[in-house]
Design a protein around this ligand. Structure first.
Ligand code: UDX
Length: 445
C-alpha cells in the first residue's frame, strides 16, 4: 500500500514534532508556517526551538528529502492526501479559547479544496472545544469549497498528548491513539495511515465521534491537573501535624491500581502551556453554556495558592522577608525545558516582590533567556548554583533540575549568609536536611 502524503499546518511544538517523526519514517510531509525565517531554518534541518530528540528526527527527515516547509497552504494541501491542523488555540483574557487561527486555516483549506478533485481527509490536532471540528472546520470548508463533508472530504479529530521534553518519544510510543471520526471512512483512512507508521503490536486505538474526541483532550488534562491539585490539598492537610509526609501518603494511595502513582507529586503547582489554558477554557466553555464547574474552579485556585504558600513557608522559616536576599533554584515550569509559560516561578517572584524582599537571584540551567524576556531586570540571574546561593538569606527550590538534587546541606551552609532552604518539589531528604540546616518543605511539618 502506498504511504499517504501529509500536509501539516502549523510548525509549532506539535506540528513540527509530528511532521519530523512522520517524515523520518518515510512519509512525504509538507508542513506550513506563516513565518518565512522559521520555514528557512527548518528546511536547513534546524529546529526553531529546543526539544529533546527533535534535531535528530528533523535532520533525518530533511536528509531523506521527505519534509519540506512552505508558507503556501494551498500548495501543501493540493499535493497531499491528509491535512493535520496543528495551529495554536491560545487563551483569551476572559479565559475563552481563541479560535482565530482555526477559522483562518479552515477557510484556506476550503479554498484549496475547491480546486481539488480527489477526496481529502482533514484531521484536527489542535486542542479545540467540543463542536469546533464539525461546526467551524467542517462548515467553513464546505462553504468555501462547495463540497460536502463525509462525501467529498473526510473529517477527524485526533487529540495529542505530547509532553514537552518527551514529545518525540511520545510520538513514537503513544500509550493510546484516540480517533474522533465524522464517519467510518474518515476514521479508516487515518487508522490505516498510522498502521503504516507504527509496527505491530499497534498502540491501542479508540474510535469515537468527533465531539467526544475533542472532549477527551480536555478531560485528560483536567484530570491530570486535578490529581496534582488533590496532592497539593493533601500536602496542606499533612502540614497540620508533625510526621505526616505527603510523599509517603501519595505513595500509599498510588499503589491502589485504581489510582496509580503518577501526577501525585505535591509541590509549587503545575505550569506549562496546556494545563492552565485547557482547564480555564473548558470551564469557561461550560459557563457560557450554563454550567458552572466546581471541581475545576478549585483545581485552579489550589494551584494558584501553592505558589503563594511556598512564600508563606519561607516567611515562617526566616521571619519577615522584607529586605532579604532570596535565591530561586529553577525558573522553568518543569525540568528539561526552557519554557516559562505559566511557570510557578513567575507567581513566586511576584509574591516575593510584594513582600518587599531586597533582591531575588535565580539560577536555571536552561531558562535564563526565556525568563529574561518576561522578567527583564526585575531579578538577578546567576550563572551557577554557587553564584545564586552566595550571600543569600533563603533559597527556594522551584524546579527539580537534576543538578539541584546533589546539593548538600553543607553547600548551603558554606555559601549562604543564612542557610534557610524551602524545598518546593520534595527533592531533598527531609530527615538529613532538617538535622543540618533550617529547612522546610511542602507537605511535611
Ligand atoms: C502536559 C500533558 O502531560 C500532556 O499530555 C499535554 O499534551 C500537554 O500538557 P507538559 O505541559 O509538557 O504536558 O507537562 P507535564 O510533564 O505534564 O507537567 C505539567 C506540570 O505539572 C509541570 O509544571 C509539573 O511540574 C507539574 N506536575 C506534574 C506536578 O506538579 N506534579 C506532578 O506529579 C506532575
Amino acid at each position: 500500500m502506498d504511504k499517504p502524503k501529509f500536509s501539516i499546518v502549523g510548525c509549532g511544538f506539535v506540528g513540527l514534532v509530528t511532521a519530523s517523526c512522520l517524515a523520518s519514517k518515510g512519509f512525504k510531509v509538507i508542513a506550513t508556517t506563516i513565518k518565512k525565517d522559521e520555514a528557512d531554518l527548518i528546511n536547513k534541518g534546524q529546529a526553531p526551538f529546543f526539544e529533546e530528540g527533535l534535531d535528530e528526527v528533523l535532520k533525518s527527515a530533511i536528509n531523506q528529502e521527505n519534509l519540506f516547509v512552505t508558507l503556501d497552504n494551498k500548495k501543501a494541501i493540493l499535493n497531499t492526501d491528509i491535512t493535520f491542523i496543528s495551529v495554536g488555540t491560545p487563551m483569551r483574557e476572559d479565559d475563552s479559547i481563541n479560535l482565530n487561527f482555526i477559522e483562518n486555516v479552515s477557510k484556506e483549506i476550503g479554498q484549496a479544496l475547491a480546486d481539488k478533485k480527489e477526496y481529502h481527509l482533514i484531521v484536527a490536532r489542535s486542542t479545540i472545544v467540543p463542536g469546533t471540528a464539525r461546526d467551524i472546520i467542517g462548515k467553513n470548508i464546505e462553504k468555501l469549497s462547495g463540497k460536502k463533508m463525509g462525501v467529498d472530504f473526510g473529517l477527524a479529530m485526533q487529540p495529542e498528548f505530547l509532553r514537552e521534553g518527551a514529545s518525540v518519544y511520545d510520538t513514537f510510543h503513544p500509550n493510546r491513539i484516540i480517533i474522533g471520526e465524522l464517519d467510518q471512512k474518515s476514521g479508516d483512512i487515518l487508522i490505516n495511515a498510522w498502521k503504516q507508521f507504527y509496527e505491530e503490536p499497534y498502540p491501542p486505538i479508540e474510535r469515537m465521534n468527533i465531539e467526544s474526541a475533542e472532549m477527551v483532550k480536555y478531560a485528560n488534562n483536567c484530570f491530570l491537573s486535578t490529581k496534582i491539585s488533590f496532592a497539593n490539598e493533601f500536602a496542606r492537610f499533612s502540614e497540620l501535624i508533625p510526621n505526616v509526609d505527603i510523599v509517603q501518603v501519595m505513595k500509599g494511595i498510588g499503589l491502589d491500581d485504581r489510582i496509580n502513582p503518577k501526577f501525585l507529586g505535591a509541590g509549587v503547582g503545575f505550569g506549562g502551556s496546556c494545563f492552565h489554558k485547557d482547564v480555564s477554557a473548558i470551564k469557561r466553555w461550560g459557563r457560557d453554556k450554563g454550567f458552572q464547574s466546581k471541581v475545576l474552579e478549585a483545581v485552579l485556585e489550589l494551584n494558584n495558592d501553592q505558589a503563594i504558600h511556598i512564600v508563606d513557608i519561607a516567611e515562617e522559616l526566616v521571619g519577615d522577608l522584607k529586605s532579604k536576599r532570596i535565591t530561586l533554584l529553577g525558573l522553568s515550569f518543569k525540568p528539561g525545558t526552557d519554557d516559562m509559560r505559566e511557570a510557578p516561578s513567575l507567581k513566586i517572584i511576584k509574591e516575593l516582590q510584594k513582600r518587599g524582599v531586597s533582591s531575588i537571584v535565580a539560577y536555571d540551567p536552561r531558562a535564563e533567556s526565556a525568563a529574561k524576556k518576561i522578567l527583564e531586570n526585575s531579578i538577578l540571574y546567576a550563572n551557577s548554583i554557587e553564584e545564586a546561593l552566595r550571600d543569600s538569606e533563603c533559597a527556594l527550590l522551584v524546579t527539580e533540575w537534576e543538578e539541584f538534587k546533589s546539593i548538600q546541606p553543607q553547600d548551603f551552609q558554606k555559601l549562604m549568609k543564612t542557610p534557610n532552604l524551602v524545598d518546593g518539589r520534595r527533592i531533598y531528604d527531609h530527615v538529613l536536611f532538617s538535622k543540618s540546616i533550617p529547612f522546610r518543605t511542602i507537605g511535611r511539618r
